[in-house]
Write a protein that binds this ligand. Structure first.
Ligand code: DAH
Length: 366
């Protein structure tokens, strides 16, 4: 039963103590039953509301009504009552539900680890290729992705209007017509211009690899992308021969694809090398047999060989552009597509997967 403030007629200390004790008991009883926010608010208002709350009533019915000679005693007790009522009601607040208890901390749980990003498979492959040549003593050079016609073509022995230019479908920068052809800007179609830039600033001997992004006006499909990556290589010194080229690339292919891989050099043409060759490796899917699972190997079209990169002996005309003496030095160069190598290494069937940014694909390389 809710407490109601009695009128006092007996103002003796004894009687006052009894009244206070009864109030305390009632307060204790009422705070115990607080369960919800609404319960607590009702309790607080019943006891502390300025208008007609229990404390206000006590002020009126006990203190104001007390005869003069009892006022001191009553006043002391009323003050006491005020402070313990306030305290009891403040304490009761924590009984109501909805107050979130402090979380228990389980210090044995593993910490929250932030997921580390993974190297993109193209960058990973590019670093791997560069690593193979670094181990052979090559240094690394980079060049601009926006090149001049001179570095991308002319100095690499593609004269203006030469049909070899048609093999690289070039993206050109707009509004360059007023410039002489050699100064016009384009997106480099290969990393070979870095060969020229390197030889311009360095005398032989030269051993460099040049990794980087290249662009061609190719519509995207499973095997083409308008952006892709290459690693270029160049070695110039006295007495560099085709044998050095063969030995170097044979070693590199074994380092990348395993020591059982064989290489073969197939005659080809590039304006900046003479002679030129395409390098083929024995098919890593059928072991070079051309047959797999009782049928023709699809990866090498049953030939047992997969074409992987271009190479050759640096054309003397190229040395002429960089003021190297072709009578004293010779060199070899090669260029390989990074995506092509990554596709073979990881068994990827669509080059677009490298560029779509689908995390489910990329996570497999983490
Ligand atoms: N630049 C050639 C291409 O993009 C690849 C290449 C072939 C680079 C032969 C070379 C090389 O340095 O010697 O198709």
């Amino acid at each position: 039963m809710a407490y109601s403030v009695p009128k006092l007629t007996d103002w003796s200390a004894d009687s006052l103590d009894k009244a206070v004790a009864a109030l305390r008991a009632a307060l204790a009883e009422e705070t115990k039953s607080v369960k919800t926010e609404a319960d607590w608010k009702a309790l607080r208002d019943r006891w502390m509301a300025r208008k007609n709350g229990v404390l206000t009533q006590i002020n009126d019915l006990w203190l104001k009504a007390a005869p003069k000679d009892a006022k001191r005693e009553v006043g002391r007790r009323v003050n006491e009552i005020k402070s313990f009522v306030e305290e009891a009601i403040a304490n009761a607040e924590s009984l109501k539900s909805g107050v979130v208890p402090a979380p228990e901390i389980d210090i044995t749980l593993p910490g929250n680890r932030r997921k580390l990003g993974a190297e993109h498979p193209v960058i990973k492959t590019m670093n791997e290729i560069v690593g193979v040549f670094r181990n052979l003593g090559y240094s690394v050079e980079e060049g601009p992705e926006i090149e001049t016609d001179y570095y991308n073509f002319e100095a690499l022995n593609f004269p203006p209007n030469h049909p070899a230019r048609d093999t690289q479908d070039t993206l050109v920068i707009a509004n360059q017509q007023n410039k002489p052809l050699r100064d016009r800007l384009l997106l480099r179609t290969h990393t070979s211009p870095v060969q020229i830039r390197t030889m311009e600033k360095q005398r032989p001997p030269v051993r460099v690899v040049c990794p980087g992004k290249v662009h061609r006006n190719d519509a995207p499909d499973a095997t083409h992308s308008p952006i892709f990556h290459q690693v270029e290589g160049l070695a110039v010194d006295t007495n560099i021969t085709f044998c050095d080229l063969k030995g170097t690339l044979d070693h590199a292919m074994k380092a990348l694809f395993g020591s059982s891989v064989k290489t073969r050099f197939y005659p080809s043409f590039f304006p900046f090398t003479e002679p030129s060759a395409d390098v083929q490796i024995s098919c890593i899917f059928c072991g070079g047999k051309g047959q797999r699972d009782g049928g023709p190997c699809r990866n090498c079209k049953a030939s047992g060989w997969i074409e992987l990169l271009g190479c050759g002996m640096v054309d003397p005309n190229v040395f002429g552009f960089v003021d190297y003496d072709a009578k004293k030095v010779s060199g070899f160069a090669f260029g390989m597509g990074v995506e092509r190598i990554a596709i073979l290494k990881y068994g990827v069937d669509d080059i677009q997967l490298f560029f779509n940014g689908d995390v489910r694909f990329l996570e497999q390389f983490g």
